[in-house]
Design a protein around this ligand. Structure first.
Ligand code: SF4
Length: 462
């Protein structure tokens, strides 16, 4: 199973997807499990008559904050300081990790309990701290499973979604000493709880991510379903919270809008089980907030890419994406997979394939609670790659040819007739090699008798 992540060789999206697609049973339930989340999301969204209004408000308040970012970040820092919170600024991942290590080293921390934070994944913080002799324990159940399996998250909300319960059972048997062959989720969850409780009680410090940072309060909001952030932050006296600069919002009203859409769009819940507000250290303790840029300011220079910073990391766009559901999270070669992963990660993509891991169907944009125009951003990444002459192999040659065919009605109609005929008369084994590295795992479409244009011409006079 770890081959899904560790397989060496090409990092091109289609080739990595090919590895995932070899296990058709896994692909099918992966796709179904995510689609079930999408359906729950639809029911939750449909139950609120004001849903579209909330999406619009969410988009507007994020755009407003991003266009006044310096003002809100400074206000947040001032309010934090007056609440007794220590604030640190990091330009990039390296600086973030150094700051965190500096704080932990000063307090002689040997064990850190951490609740889910995609930012610390983005900064590769765990291996950095472990190299410095600090044990980092991820306490979200899904995160702990993949940490024990030595893999990164494959989804931003349900990080172990690619694993079968039997695989988790085997992993827990090896790592936690549970009964061999036992894969009952309740039994495994109880074993994980007992294992994590001991980690919580013996930790020297706790760390969480940040869902929202409230500028006029100097407070942060952390959302979890397991209460692990609260357990961590309330036991040891030292607590750290890492946030991207894009997490700041003006006030409590903004939090109200985003909290109403976040969990509904992620898992179909009205709200996460725990939505905790932290606005100062415990008595006799220390609270640190680390504010990280790591390329976000650079992204804001491009008006189209800047909109990806409206994201509140609900994961809804991954659940609905037909490519993500059938190619798995590890095919994207970036900490964040799926449509939002392409939007924020394509600039790191040296395979020049990631922006093409998309059908441009727009389903992601349709579900997004803050109206991030994901399909537009992904198309923009393709344009940027083309302008930089970094198109995937072969595309630079044949796309102008495709353009010429599409510009001529006669050529287009003739080639489509030939394709329909080929689909009807030639065996799939002859055609599939032309359908790409992971096309071989999909069925070819049934060719219609005639094109829509000829059907329309024949029937329009009726
Ligand atoms: S882009 Fe939108 S749908 Fe995707 S994770 Fe972010 S907020 Fe959710």
């Amino acid at each position: 199973m770890s081959e899904l992540y560790t397989a060496s060789g090409s990092k091109v999206h289609a080739h990595k997807a090919d590895i995932f697609c070899r296990d058709e049973t896994r692909v099918d339930w992966h796709s179904k499990a995510l689609w079930a989340l999408r359906e729950k999301r639809d029911r939750a969204a449909g139950s609120l008559p004001e849903w579209e209004q909330l999406r619009l408000l969410g988009s507007q308040l994020k755009l407003h904050t991003l266009s006044h970012l310096a003002q809100y970040l400074e206000q947040f820092e001032q309010q934090c300081l007056s609440n007794g919170i220590k604030v640190h600024w990091a330009n990039d991942a390296q600086q973030h990790n150094e700051i965190v290590h500096g704080i932990l080293a000063k307090h002689k921390v040997k064990k850190l309990v951490k609740s889910k934070s995609m930012l610390t994944e983005e900064c590769h913080m765990n291996p950095y701290l472990e190299r410095h002799g600090i044990e980092v324990v991820d306490t979200d159940l899904g995160e702990r499973i993949i940490q024990l399996a030595n893999m990164p998250p494959s989804h931003i909300v349900v990080p172990a979604i690619h694993m079968k319960k039997e695989e988790v059972g085997e992993l827990f048997h090896q790592q936690l000493g549970t009964k061999a062959g036992e894969s009952d989720p309740l039994y495994l969850t109880r074993a994980a709880r007992a294992h994590l409780r001991e980690k919580f009680l013996t930790a020297d410090a706790a760390m969480t991510g940040v869902n929202m940072a409230i500028a006029d309060q100097g407070a942060i909001v952390v959302c979890t379903n397991e209460g692990n952030a609260d357990m961590g932050a309330n036991l040891p006296k030292l607590q750290l919270h890492s946030m991207g600069i894009d997490k700041v919002v003006p006030n409590m009203d903004s939090v109200g809008v985003l909290l109403r859409t976040l969990a509904r769009n992620a898992t179909g819940q009205p709200i996460t089980t725990y939505s905790s507000f932290y606005r100062g250290p415990q008595e006799g303790g220390e609270m640190h907030v680390i504010i990280v840029d790591n390329g976000r300011t650079e992204m804001m220079k491009d008006k189209i890419l800047a909109e990806s910073l409206k994201c509140i990391r609900c994961g809804g766009c991954l659940n609905t994406c037909p490519v993500y559901r059938r190619s798995g999270g590890y095919s994207y070669n970036y900490t964040i997979p799926g449509p939002i992963g392409i939007a924020v990660g394509a600039k790191h993509d040296d395979t020049n394939s990631i922006p093409w891991a998309c059908t441009l169907c727009g389903s992601c944009t349709y579900v997004c609670p803050t109206m991030v125009p994901l399909d537009k951003i992904i198309a923009h990444h393709r344009r940027l790659k083309a302008d930089a002459k970094r198109l995937p192999y072969g595309k630079g040659g044949y796309m102008p040819l495709v353009g010429r065919f599409m510009a001529s009605e006669t050529l287009m109609n003739t080639s489509m007739s030939a394709a329909r005929l080929a689909l009807r008369v030639l065996p799939g084994s002859l055609l599939k090699p032309f359908s790409g590295a992971w096309g071989k795992y999909r069925e070819l479409p049934v060719a219609p008798e005639s094109s829509f244009a000829s059907w329309y011409n024949k029937n329009r006079s009726r």
